[in-house]
Every structure is written in structure tokens, then in C-alpha cells.
Design a protein around this ligand. Structure first.
Ligand SMILES: NC(=O)c1ccc[n+]([C@@H]2O[C@H](COP(=O)([O-])OP(=O)(O)OC[C@H]3O[C@@H](n4cnc5c(N)ncnc54)[C@H](O)[C@@H]3O)[C@@H](O)[C@H]2O)c1
Ligand SMILES: [Zn+2]
Ligand SMILES: [Zn+2]
Length: 339
């Protein structure tokens, strides 16, 4: 079978490799159908993801069809359409014991720390696969993983019906957060620097959008919220400056959700944290959000609605990565199609 491998940064090869086989009773063999290209795949390709090791088969946004199952597998059968939950964890450390295996001490992410989905077949344990209604389009279900990132941010922010949520950044992650925040019953304000991205956010349910390049975010948020501020601020831009801004525009008793991996410090005075009694939380990957996202997909409540802008055949993966790299203004989400 074919596997797409990144042997070292800035290099990509399509190799002929042995098809993986089921070696444990709880394992499942899956034929890959779609893989989404994510910013973190691009970082691994560019050599700018400090956590990745090489050579690596990337791809953690994955949908496929079950081919065969190990003898103790009960929840899946051949022919099922599945999405991959890309985290593997120890089950014993503090995070795992606290129900937060996404930050396990021994966390291994499919397509980052171990080989991922850009190959014709994969074998994974049953608990990393979730069956989805087979009548749904592959293009819809391959977005399950980015939706879980949005679901996690909304859960970490404790977004409740009636809350006003400000999401910074209308890139693919901002849009996934938006969809989940709307489903939670929030009023959502979005920002971006690009009008086209703001228009897309509006098309996907944003109640109010602000161009951060031309307008004062502080003024506009206070205007829209009648001086209250945003009850939950979710930063999907992830710069030191947007982190600092999040605290300025959060309401009293508000929550700030941080998604970024930027190592540079932000200047954050403690006064407003104490005065407004803010809660500041990180949100990384997801904890038990697949079940929820799969239900929403099955109920037709999560639709890609233009989020997928480009599709490439698996034999054109090099062209795909180059295209994504060179056209950040027109690519929202690009997919690799395996037939
Ligand atoms: N914590 C997690 O689990 C997790 C998972 C996936 C992605 N991320 C992070 O989320 C972030 C967003 O991911 P993405 O794929 O949507 O990225 P992206 O680069 O496609 O989107 C970012 C958007 O922010 C806009 N932007 C830039 N500066 C801005 C500013 N000052 N104000 C408002 N908008 C601004 C850009 O125009 C762009 O549309 C990345 O930093 C990524 O690392 C975190
Ligand atoms: Zn991703
Ligand atoms: Zn653990």
C-alpha cells in the first residue's frame, strides 16, 4: 500500500509499504477515505513543530471505513464508517485519573508523535475509533476532529446559553469554536483581519464581526455588550497580543480560553484578573468530545458549509501542501482524498 511520509522537514515522499495487520484482539483495520490538512501538519512539514519526530506519516483529521476487527471488538464491524480520535494515553497519571487524558504525561498524538492517517490503511485500538452514520458524506465527517477542538474550547470556557462569547480569529479553528458556541446557545462575536474570513464567520452564525485591523476591539466589544464585556473570550489567533487583549475585553466573572502554543510571554497585569475575578484556562486537543461531535454530525447539526475549499488526490499530496502554503488567503480547509 501507499504511505505519505515526511522523512525530514521540507521533504515528502510517497512510499510503498506493507499493509498494517491486526495484532491485538482490540484492534481494528481501517481503509482511509479522507484526511484533512491542518496547520500542525504544515508545522511538521516545515520542521517548526517542536513535539514532532521524523520520519513521520502526518494526518490526524481522519475518516475511513472498517475492513476487519479483532476478536474482542464489539462496537465496530466491517463496513462501518469511522472517525479517528487521535490521542493515546496511559490511563494512570494524574491527568488520566482526573478525566483529562488529553494532557496525559505519556500522551501520544496520532500523526504527531506516532504515524498518522496519510496512508491507505491504518490499525488502531477500538477506543480510538468512532462510528458515524454511514449515510453522511466523507467530507462532512472528516471534520470531526477540528470540531472536537471547538467543543473542548467551549467546554473549558463553560459557555452557557445566553452568554456572550468573543472568539478571536476566524480561521478554521475559530469557525469550529463558533459552531460549537452557537450550538451551546451563546451570542458570538468574531474578529479577524480579513473581510472574507469575517463574511464566512457571519455565514456560519456569528452574530457580530469585527475587523481587528481597522477597528478598536475594546470599543466594539463594549459597544456590543453595552459595557459588560464578553463573558467568555476564546483566543483562536494565539499571539501574545491577543492573549493580553482577551483579558481586557472579558467581563466580570468572565473566562478566557487559551489555545495557543506561542512561547513568547504576554504582559498581563494581575489587577484585572483579581478585580474581575477572571478564570483563565488552557484548552488542548479534546477530552471525551468525540461522542458529542459524532451525535451532532449524525443529527445533521454540524455541516461544513464551505469550510472545505480544496480537495487533492493522495497522489498529489506534494502539490496539496505547496498549494496550502502558497494560498493562505483562499484555503480554509483542504482535504486529501484516498480512493
Ligand atoms: N489548543 C489546541 O488544541 C489547538 C488545536 C488546533 C489549533 N490550535 C491553534 O489555534 C490557532 C488557530 O488555528 P487556525 O488553523 O484557525 O489558524 P489560521 O492561521 O488559519 O487562522 C488564524 C486567523 O486569525 C486571523 N488573525 C491574525 N491576527 C489576528 C488578530 N490580531 N486579530 C484577529 N484575527 C487575527 C487570521 O487572519 C486568520 O484568519 C493556531 O495558533 C493553532 O496553533 C490549537
Ligand atoms: Zn489539527
Ligand atoms: Zn496518563
Amino acid at each position: 500500500m501507499k504511505a505519505i511520509r515526511i522523512p525530514k522537514p521540507m521533504e515528502i515522499v510517497i512510499e510503498e509499504v506493507e499493509r498494517p495487520v491486526i495484532s491485538g484482539p482490540n484492534e481494528v483495520l481501517v481503509k482511509i477515505k479522507r484526511v484533512g490538512i491542518c496547520g500542525s501538519d504544515m508545522h511538521i512539514y516545515h520542521g517548526t513543530n517542536p513535539l514532532a519526530t521524523y520520519p513521520r506519516v502526518v494526518g490526524h483529521e481522519v475518516a475511513g471505513e472498517v475492513v476487519s476487527v479483532g476478536e474482542t471488538v464489539t462496537n465496530l464491524k466491517p463496513g462501518d464508517h469511522v472517525v479517528v480520535e487521535p490521542i493515546r494515553y496511559c490511563g494512570k497519571c494524574y491527568a488520566c485519573r482526573k478525566g483529562r487524558p488529553n494532557v496525559c504525561n505519556e500522551l501520544s498524538v496520532f500523526g504527531v508523535h506516532e504515524d498518522g492517517g496519510m496512508r491507505e490503511y491504518i490499525v488502531l485500538p477500538e477506543n480510538q475509533l468512532h462510528a458515524v452514520d454511514p449515510s453522511l458524506d466523507w467530507d462532512e465527517i472528516v471534520l470531526a476532529e477540528p470540531y472536537t477542538i471547538g467543543a473542548q474550547a467551549v467546554w473549558r470556557g463553560n459557555v452557557e446559553e445566553g452568554d456572550t462569547v468573543f472568539i478571536q480569529g476566524s480561521g478554521p479553528i475559530g469557525i469550529c469554536v463558533l459552531k460549537m458556541a452557537k450550538l451551546a446557545g451563546a451570542t458570538v462575536i468574531m474578529s479577524d483581519l480579513k473581510e472574507e474570513r469575517l463574511a464566512f464567520a457571519k455565514d456560519n452564525g456569528a452574530d457580530f464581526v469585527i475587523n481587528a485591523g481597522t477597528l478598536s476591539i475594546e470599543e466594539k466589544i463594549m459597544e456590543f455588550t453595552k459595557g459588560e464585556g464578553a463573558n467568555v473570550v476564546i483566543d483562536a489567533v494565539c499571539l501574545p497580543s491577543t492573549f493580553a487583549l482577551s483579558l481586557n475585553v472579558a467581563s466580570v466573572a468572565g473566562t478566557v480560553v487559551v489555545l495557543g502554543f506561542d512561547e513568547r510571554p504576554s504582559q498581563i497585569p494581575q489587577l484585572q484578573i483579581t478585580k474581575k475575578e477572571l478564570t483563565i484556562v488552557g484548552s488542548r486537543l479534546q477530552t471525551y468530545q468525540f461522542r458529542k461531535v459524532v451525535s451532532l454530525l449524525n443529527e445533521n447539526k454540524l455541516k461544513e458549509n464551505g469550510l472545505i475549499t480544496h480537495k487533492f488526490s493522495s497522489s498529489d499530496v506534494k502539490e496539496a501542501l505547496t498549494f496550502v502554503e502558497e494560498n493562505p488567503d483562499i484555503v480554509r480547509k483542504a482535504l486529501i482524498v484516498f480512493e
